[in-house]
Write a protein that binds this ligand. Structure first.
Ligand SMILES: C[S@@+](CC[C@H](N)C(=O)[O-])C[C@H]1O[C@@H](n2cnc3c(N)ncnc32)[C@H](O)[C@@H]1O
Length: 187
């Protein structure tokens, strides 16, 4: 029998491995949209939270998930304080940017990700990037940054500390044994 791939399950398993055995993993989804990943992770025992810059999108999330979402902008210097105040969390095991970096310039993304990566209490950063321009960009209404995962890594993560993936591909997340002692991942 062929088993179907479940990307939320893979993300939940990775979060559990990062967090260790003694507590539920804490995951934050940046640019969560209607938050299906937050809902799916919570169904799998993850303490998942999400934020999005567009409050109208958050209002269309599953009502049971809504309390775990907040309006916030990845570029905000006070983002982590906002998340900690909203959700009462200290540690963040996984910080996931979910198909949203293309809405930022490279400089904005580099600055925001460095701030989050260096903050105390933040574990691993994982990024899913898409290379298809959103409709609003195709219509010329907004500017977007379209780069491959490798190009994003080179621009924003020169030490290779984070995990970078194509949003249309399975996660294929590394095992923690693949990570070097400094936390960079050999993948
Ligand atoms: C292509 S959608 C992806 C939605 C969802 N993560 C998914 O994969 O289905 C990008 C989302 O990023 C949000 N976004 C764009 N810029 C943002 C920013 N600076 N901070 C937070 N969210 C942002 C948008 O409002 C939108 O909901």
């Amino acid at each position: 029998m062929i088993e179907s791939y479940d990307d939320t399950e893979e993300l939940a398993d990775f979060a559990a491995a990062v967090a260790g055995d003694d507590r539920a993993p804490v995951v934050v989804i940046a640019g969560c949209g209607t938050a299906p990943t937050v809902t799916g992770l919570r169904e799998r025992g993850v303490d998942a939270y999400g934020f999005d810059a567009e409050p109208e999108i958050l209002e269309t999330a599953d009502p049971a998930t809504r309390e775990f979402l907040v309006e916030a902008d990845l570029r905000d210097e006070a983002l982590l304080e906002t998340l900690r105040d909203a959700f009462g969390i200290d540690e963040i095991d996984l910080f996931v940017t979910e198909c949203m970096l293309s809405f930022l310039t490279v400089d904005e993304a580099r600055t925001a990700l460095a701030r989050i990566r260096e903050a105390p209490g933040v574990g691993r950063l994982v990024h899913r990037v898409r290379m298809d321009p959103p409709v609003s960009a195709q219509l010329g209404e907004i500017d977007v940054t379209i780069l491959t995962p490798e190009e994003w890594r080179e621009a924003c993560d020169p030490d290779g500390a984070d995990v970078w993936r194509d949003g249309f591909e399975p996660w294929n997340l590394p095992t923690l044994e693949d990570a070097d002692p400094d936390g960079a991942t050999a993948d």
